[in-house]
Ligand binder design. Sequence first.
Ligand code: CUA
Length: 347
Amino acid sequence: MTRATLFRLVVAMLVLTAVISVVMLQFDWNGVAGSTEADDIDLLTDVMIVLSSFVYSIVLVMLGYSIWRYRAKPGDESDGEPIHGNTRLEIAWTVIPTVIVLFGAGYSWFILDEIEARDADRLQVDVTAQQFAWRFEYPEEGVTSTELHVPIDRQVEFKLDALDVIHSFWVPEWRVKKDAVPGQPTRVVATPDRLGNYEVVCTELCGIGHSTMRAPVVVESQEDFDQWVSDQGGEARGGAAARGGGRGAGTVAAEGQQIFDAQGCSGCHTLAAAGATQTIGPDLDEVLPDRSPQEIEQSIVDPDAELSPGFNQGIMPDNFGDALSPDELDTLVRYLSQNAGQGGGGQ
Ligand code: CUA
């Protein structure tokens, strides 16, 4: 290969790299970006697209050149000259990929270091995942919720835990993603910088209700967030006071509803009174009116003891007896026996 040919091939590779990169960068691969981490990660994606285009161009140009240059000519059926190594070529195909891979690794490291750095004034949220629901606790604010509320432009550190199997915490607009592993807390940070409503999506196949395992996310101003916290706090204090002083029907409805939501029952069941519409498990409006409170309790703590027709063993988690305090279990049973079959009562 002459120097002039090599020069032309290199030019062809660079031109092709530019063309492929421009086309590939037209696509909005990751969608709306809603956090400072997302901007870093999207830039990383773009750089990797250009690098990949370069590697692809090298392969494509050399392939095309070889097909054209070493094609069989009429009447020539020989195999061509045998080759015994080419030191310069070997150095080139070792050094170039090494430089590309080292650059990719170094740059990824730099981005990872940046998006994992912790701010001193970050908000702490403890996330609990279980089949098939999310629960969010704000230890400093003393709030527990099934909705994730966060103020804009403040870093949030999520401590992730799972009660049964491995789940994975992901808000697509924030890009960052981390598994929630039973008994082994993991942490991930995000700094939301775009107001709006999003969703936590579970991205680890965790059972039959995996696709329904989502939770609302609200990114709001600091004032709205403070307002929400005090609203939640007010509710929580009212609930505790009511517990101390005996429970009326209204308290059972409110507390039972909260337990129903927090335990993820609505991720699998239909219950009109709770606005739940899932069909992975039996329709509670249909099956519960015929059952005694004892039978309802058994269905919660030992779901496989007696199965509704058409539903299999092992679908419903069997750890609610551990997850619920005796008090909560009692409230939930009373809530279910009072509200199943009500057809939207309490809404
Ligand atoms: Cu939890 Cu998928």
